[in-house]
Design a protein around this ligand. Structure first.
Ligand code: OGA
Ligand code: MN
Length: 294
């Protein structure tokens, strides 16, 4: 089968046709998808009614899956195998979570512009999100092109950001939502890691801004100045001309490159309607910058 990719946005994001993800993909298809990811950074596959096993098999064609993050959610309450991240509003019994459910509240982190797993030193390469059940309205996922956002910076800002390193921790993004008083174990398990603010794509050589809600500081900067600076950069990088908004259909699979994009989930009536989404993640190649000495 030969695949085709149709652009969905002037800058990035493409729709892939000519593949059935329930079946093993050929090396040629994998190479074509990887080339598509390098070019488009977000790829949409429609009409892919896959199960978890097929989802995982497709994921493994692109590298080593890493476990989902589970801030707040306790392992014994996980609905899915730990290799899946679960951005749904469902509990282990498949029931809608209550308004004050701790796992529901932690998942509001997905509403902030972020990249997946930047708070782990190895970062993440691709994420693959599959829609099993969707609400009647709302619940889009938006993507922003961090290459275009970098390109659009003025020369002075490009020079200023070129060699900066940021501190990332999932606790910084949760603090933005009002989570506080982290336990000693949470602090120990979620120590900040350093990532370059400007990264270069290993294949295309394009530079991009490695931004995320998980950033809580810039190495060598006073924290308030760093946070104000990062806030401005995120505002710049998420202007509408850099954003593709994906409206989900059941059985869509969307794959994005965390090294070149940010994303966020949009609201929906999660107390009334189920939204069953499942995500796998390919581990990144390693830290983008040396870590602080322990
Ligand atoms: C994710 C995520 C947003 C959404 O799965 O990584 O951020 O719209 N999801 O579910
Ligand atoms: Mn995410």
């Amino acid at each position: 089968m030969t695949i085709a990719i149709r652009p969905l946005h002037p800058l990035f994001a493409g729709e892939v046709s000519g593949l059935d993800l329930r079946r093993p993909v050929s090396p040629a298809d994998v190479a074509a998808i990887e080339a598509g990811m390098d070019r488009y950074a977000v790829l949409v596959f429609h009409d892919q009614p896959i199960d978890d096993e097929q989802h995982l098999a497709f994921t493994k064609a692109f590298g080593t899956p890493q476990k989902g993050s589970n801030f707040v959610a306790k392992r014994d309450s996980l609905r899915l195998d730990p290799v899946f991240a679960d951005p749904s509003n469902l509990d282990k019994q498949g029931k809608l979570r209550d308004r004050f459910d701790a796992t529901r509240l932690g998942r509001f982190g997905n509403r902030l512009w972020h990249t997946d797993a930047s708070f782990w030193a190895q970062g993440a390469k691709y994420s693959l999100l599959s829609a099993r059940t969707i609400p009647p309205t709302g619940g889009n996922t938006e993507f922003a092109d961090m290459r275009a956002a970098y390109d659009a910076l003025d020369a002075a800002t490009k020079a200023e950001v070129e060699d900066l390193a940021c501190e990332h921790s999932i606790l910084f993004s949760r603090a933005q939502l009002g989570f506080a008083d982290f336990t000693a174990k949470e602090l120990e398990d979620n120590k900040p890691v350093r990532q370059r603010l400007v990264r270069t794509h290993p294949v295309t050589g394009r530079k991009s801004l490695y931004l995320a809600s998980h950033i809580g500081g810039i190495v060598g900067w006073p924290q308030p100045e760093a946070l104000a600076f990062i806030r401005d950069l995120i505002e710049h990088a998420t202007q509408r001309q850099f954003v593709y908004a994906h409206t989900w259909s059941v059985a869509d699979l969307v794959m994005w490159d965390n090294r070149q994009t940010m994303h966020r989930g949009r609201p929906y009536d999660d107390l009334t309607y189920a939204r069953d989404m499942r995500r796998t993640t390919i581990a990144g190649d390693g830290p983008t910058v040396a870590q602080a000495a322990a």
